[in-house]
Design a binder for this molecule. Structure first.
Ligand SMILES: *Cc1c(COP(=O)(O)O)cnc(C)c1O
Length: 445
């Protein structure tokens, strides 16, 4: 929009900078904050708050950008969207329609992927502790690939597959012992982390896979962490180790058909300089390109994060002894990332006047009975009052999927915007649902 927006408060990006970096969002002088061609206030009026809102256009645009980067580097690559970032069926459908497969980590996600229209032949199953039910479902659906993370899992899988008369296509997830320099809770490629097998043990385990009935070893997999913004060096180090391992396996006469490069590409929540997908494609090309193998990637956050936001309404504004508290009707049970990872999320008011009004610091909090239920501290916000609407940005990944009903708060609904249309794609959980599956033992009645 043309009207000037206030300069940044402190070091935080200004509202204008937040908007400029998010092409799916804009500020209309009359309608206020828009996603694509829909005023977000209209959605709040129609479905209430809190509510998750996703932009189909942003999902498509990001998938196309990623595809373009991989093709541009000359890679033979498939994209398997990591469903744990956002498993809403409409979100997965948009990505599947754009050519993405899925990376699933549970029987439930596998079911959701299939329900959203992802063919079994485009599904990868990851995870350090797959249950027998998970493995049976993966085999019954005859999915593309199972990424195994331990000898124990491979032996169990061999028994299950043999009993079912199936052959499991298995990639061995190796732990490259590299530091992805991200939050400790989401780094996964250090030797001390629970994921994968030690890279030194991989040749012997791969050879064992080749001997076991019901197992077809088809490649190796890595995933070194999430929200990686510290450049490409950790990726390059990990992929170089993968390339070396492939050469070792080939020398030993073991077949390797593909390399799964994992996910983890970070996004700018505040003002991080996140590497573009071209950088990831380039790192893959430089390290694995010579092998002449197809590669796979498993992005979650990069595709879905910037495509979503959490709409919320101000319950009240409270002036504490030293601080202004803006209390929202969304809480840490909805968006857990600030409480869990100290994450920074952009917060924009919806009203056109609020987007250009003078701003002073405020703490933006939820109503849950924990100090950790704080979305932002000392954030520059205009004057706000009960009933005002705000959007918490970049909540499309690890938002709704990490929600809980803590404080007996029902799960918020999900809405998809596509051009000038929007639809509720998951209903608000009815409050009665919270009690529906509980049973009072008869000796207490
Ligand atoms: C979580 C996860 C991903 C996706 O990570 P993002 O940071 O969302 O890209 C990919 N692969 C595996 C094995 C994962 O566990």
């Amino acid at each position: 929009m043309a009207s000037p927006l206030p300069a940044a408060f402190g070091d935080d990006p200004s509202f204008a900078e937040l908007l400029a970096a998010r092409p799916g969002l804009s500020a209309d002088p009359l309608a206020g904050l828009m996603m694509e061609e829909v005023a977000l206030a209209r959605i709040a009026a129609a479905v209430g708050t809190p509510a998750w809102v996703y932009s189909a256009g942003t999902l498509r645009r990001r998938l196309a950008a990623l595809r373009g980067a991989l093709d541009g580097a000359g890679l033979n690559a498939t994209i398997h969207y990591a469903m744990k970032a956002n498993d809403n069926l409409a979100v997965v459908r948009v990505l599947a329609a754009g050519g993405a497969g899925a990376d699933v980590v549970s029987e439930g996600e596998l079911l959701a992927a299939r329900a959203a229209g992802v063919p079994a032949s485009a599904i990868v199953f990851s995870g350090v502790g797959k249950t027998e039910a998970d493995l049976r479902r993966a085999l019954a659906e005859d999915i593309f690939q199972i990424n195994a993370e331990s000898v124990e899992e491979i032996e169990a899988l061999s028994i299950i597959a043999t009993a079912m008369g199936r052959t499991a296509r298995v990639a061995l997830r190796v732990n490259p012992d590299v530091d992805a320099k991200t939050h400790a809770k989401i780094t996964t490629g250090l030797a001390e982390n629970k994921f994968g097998v030690a890279i030194g043990d991989a040749p012997a385990i791969y050879a064992r896979m080749a001997e076991l009935p019901g197992i077809e070893p088809i490649g190796i997999a890595m995933h070194i962490g999430s929200q990686i913004t510290a450049g490409m060096s950790a990726y390059r180090a990990a992929y170089a180790k993968a390339a070396e391992l492939v050469r070792t396996l080939r020398t030993a006469g073991l077949p390797v058909q593909r390399v799964d490069c994992g996910g983890g590409l970070g996004i700018p929540y505040r003002d991080e300089i996140a590497p573009p997908p071209e950088a990831l494609a380039g790192a893959i090309k430089a390290t694995l390109g010579d092998l002449g193998l197809p590669v796979m990637i498993e992005p979650g956050r990069w595709l879905a994060g910037p495509a979503g936001l959490l709409l919320s309404r101000v319950v009240l504004v409270k002036h504490g002894a030293t601080r202004r508290f803006v209390v929202l009707d969304a809480a840490m049970n909805d968006l857990a990332r600030p409480a869990m990872y100290d994450a920074w999320h952009g917060i924009l008011p919806l009203a056109p006047a609020a987007l250009v009004a003078p701003r002073t610091p405020a703490d933006i909090v939820g109503p849950v009975c924990e100090t950790g239920d704080t979305f932002a501290r000392d954030r520059a916000l205009p004057a706000m009052k009960a009933g005002d609407l705000v959007a918490l940005l970049d909540a499309g990944a690890y938002g709704a999927t990490m929600s809980s009903t803590y404080n007996a708060r029902p799960l918020a609904p999900e809405v998809m915007v596509d051009g000038d249309r929007f639809a509720v794609v998951r209903d608000r959980q009815p409050i009665e649902d919270l009690l529906a599956r509980q049973h009072m033992p008869d000796w207490l009645t």
